[in-house]
Design a binder for this molecule. Structure first.
Ligand code: HEM
Length: 154
């Protein structure tokens, strides 16, 4: 079949494979788990839901895994997107998911830029601003999950 555009050629290649899309979807979900798992564990510590461990140590040991997860979820997501890009661009769940992804990244960047984490001494109460960022982070990543799952149903 002669594809009219590169997007159609890519979709043809992805959809013509019996394993590529399901494999990309599995890797995508694994990426999400590695992004959201450590982040939400850290956010629950900032909110005082969990109290064990020094927050700065927790940041050092958990947050790098979220970056690894992002590096895994992104390319896999692009493969999923390539399977039907024209339809996905008009899918409200997909659009909202991308918006929530941008807001989640901006929220994390604002928290780190605030310097509030570096100023946190062991045993001190976490100020309001990092707690607000933590609450927003949990809501945004749960939103990414819900929208990601709803893409196939909208
Ligand atoms: C890097 C951060 C990302 C995270 C954490 C993430 C997370 C998720 C999650 C949790 C799902 C639901 C998976 C399922 O239940 O099957 C999903 C689905 C999906 N994601 Fe992402 N995503 C990310 C980036 C992207 C990007 C950049 C794209 C494309 C440009 C994308 C395209 C898709 C598509 C098309 C689906 C629907 C898959 C299906 O239902 O078969 N994702 N995503």
């Amino acid at each position: 079949m002669n594809a009219a555009t590169p997007a159609e050629a890519l979709a043809h290649a992805i959809n013509g494979s019996s394993w590529l899309y399901p494999a990309a979807n599995v890797v995508h979900v694994l990426g999400f788990v590695l992004v959201a798992g450590p982040l939400i564990a850290f956010d629950l510590r900032l909110l005082g839901v969990t109290r064990a461990g020094d927050i700065r140590d927790l940041a050092r040991t958990t947050l790098p895994w979220s970056l690894v997860g992002f590096g895994i979820a992104l390319p896999a997501g692009l493969i999923l997107f390539g399977s039907d890009s024209a339809a996905l661009l008009t899918n409200p769940a997909f659009r909202l998911k991308l918006l929530l992804l941008v807001l989640a990244a901006a929220n994390a960047a604002a928290l780190h830029a605030s310097g509030a984490l570096k100023a946190l001494l062991p045993g001190t109460t976490v100020p309001l601003r990092p707690r607000l960022h933590a609450a927003a982070s949990i809501l945004l990543w749960v939103g990414v999950l819900v929208c990601g799952r709803m893409i196939a149903y909208v």
